[in-house]
Design a protein around this ligand. Structure first.
Ligand code: 5GP
Length: 121
């Protein structure tokens, strides 16, 4: 497992990103490959590798990501229409960047369920 990801380079401003929000603990920026009319990511500056690594010690930081998502939803005006906030975990969850991030998707009604093939279980 690499000790950094592309998100560290975004946090350190080594590569550009369309940043929507930043504070000392977290960053929100538009996804480079949007899957909805609105699609941004909210990430902690401190790397947490996957959702499996969320615990009592970092729970406040993870909760902060949801606070930022809710604030941006109001600010960008899609809070009432609604949105999806999701964190993919490991291969079956569709995770490709191993630094946790909350996907916030909005601007159209989301489909459910997220898979179309037969149940694995
Ligand atoms: P995952 O597949 O891990 O849940 O989500 C990773 C997300 O990061 C993807 O939606 C992908 O488009 C986005 N992403 C990957 N590299 C970059 C990048 O360099 N800049 C931005 N803005 N988004 C990225």
């Amino acid at each position: 497992m690499s000790d950094s990801t592309i998100f560290d380079r975004i946090i350190n401003k080594e590569i550009p990103a369309d940043i929507l929000y930043e504070d000392d603990k977290a960053l929100a920026f538009k996804d480079i490959n949007p899957q909805a009319p609105v699609h941004f990511l909210v990430i902690p500056k401190q790397r947490i590798v996957t959702a499996n690594d969320i615990n009592e010690d970092n729970a406040e930081l993870v909760g902060h990501l949801y606070v930022i998502a809710a604030k941006l939803a109001k600010q960008l005006g899609f809070d009432q229409d609604g949105y999806r906030a999701v964190m993919n975990c490991n291969p079956d969850g569709g995770q490709t960047v191993y630094h946790i991030h909350l996907h916030v998707l909005a601007g159209k009604a989301m489909g459910w369920p997220p898979y179309q093939d037969k149940l694995k279980v």
